[in-house]
Design a protein around this ligand. Sequence first.
Ligand code: F0G
Length: 459
Amino acid sequence: MKKYIAEPFRIKMVETIKMTTREEREKYIAEANYNTFSLRSSDVYIDLTTDSGTNAMSSAQWEGIMRGDEAYAGGRSYFNLIAAAQDIFGHKYIQPVHQGRAAEKVLFELLLKEGMYSISNMHFDTTRAHVELAGGRALDCVVKEALDIADRSPFKGNMDVEKLEKLINEYGKEKIGVVIMTITNNTAGGQPVSVENIKQTSEVCKKYGIPFCLDAARFAENAYFIKKREKGYENKSIKEIVTEVFSYAQMFTMSAKKDAIVNMGGLLGIKDDEDLFIQCKARTISFEGFTTYGGMSGRDIEALAVGLYEGLDEDYLEYRIGQIEYLAARLDEAGIAYQAPAGGHGIFVDAAAMFPHIPYYEFPGQALTVELYKEAGIRVCDIGSYMLGNDPDTKEQLKADFEFTRFAIPRRVYTQAHIDVMADALIAIKARAKDVKGYRITWEPPILRHFQAKLEPLK
Ligand code: F0G
């Protein structure tokens, strides 16, 4: 059995969470029309909806909150953030924005026009949405190992570089506005990308003159996997690895709500293209606010400047990834399938394997989501056909590559005992899996339906 790595911190402040009875939870989930996004968080015991913005800040970050400079222009906190980001990422131009998708909105319309394409190892939903809003189309190009959940390759998040070059030639290099590398690869299960793969991808981009952008929400977790798994990096510091990774990209967008361990924030980085940066600044002023606050308050900027360094701490990362590997080891012991090996920010359980009798159009990932809430008050989310939705032309339900139920683990929030509650709940559900029924949608909005749809259990 894998040992749980003890927390490298002690707890100074606590937030009470409600223990509910199964009877109460049955009522709450029915009232929420079997959609966990419609639950009140006060009725949730362990909330694993996302690892984004749900992190616990340190006493040093709270100190920063008090120091935050709320000046409209030229605030002290802004300069602290720029210095930290330049130091860690090595890009000359840094623009704060309020979260990751804001960076996407500011940048992508400058790179993509109607009829153009972006190619990524895998686009996150908002990234895909901003590519499409800019008039482009998003093409995913992940290595084939990612599609086999039992394949324990070390870098299942990688770009398929051969296919990338084929796609560029097929569509024409002038039609590819940007190549985006998502680190870690969230949609594939928080799987890492190697330095070698990032380097090769950047060389292909250079060869064809296509901008190379990192979607770097989980840059520190990715660097930790590189240190543990890639030859030649075992003796480098996490910061050195991060700086090297960013040196291969001309630009990056970042949701700072993940690895910078804050509740709100984002960054846009441009390595050295001053003209592009000037255009980004103009767009930031229209969409986000003046360039020295970019949609954030000064206190949030200060907490982010501190959090960028805390996220690189190796003891913290060992505990962080260790916590998820501990959960994975308990699932291995119980014969519960998930996207293996464990990802950086959570576990993606294979709900189709748990419920082989529930077809994709009856949403096995959502069935497991509802069961986890009923069983133990745990809130997770479906990353499968329920989330994917319908074909925009035929209106037919699409079949996803995977029927995942995602356990996204907030940073520094839950303890070993909570992780055991998660494993025990899954084991209990597995024991009665054959009695679990699928779901039917009774109402859905036209886009991003999973956030708002209403469902009912099938008889
Ligand atoms: N890119 C990736 C890889 C992400 O995972 C996210 C957000 C974003 C961009 C957008 O950032 O939310 O700050 O605007 N992912 C969250 C999640 C929401 O639950 O995986 P944002």
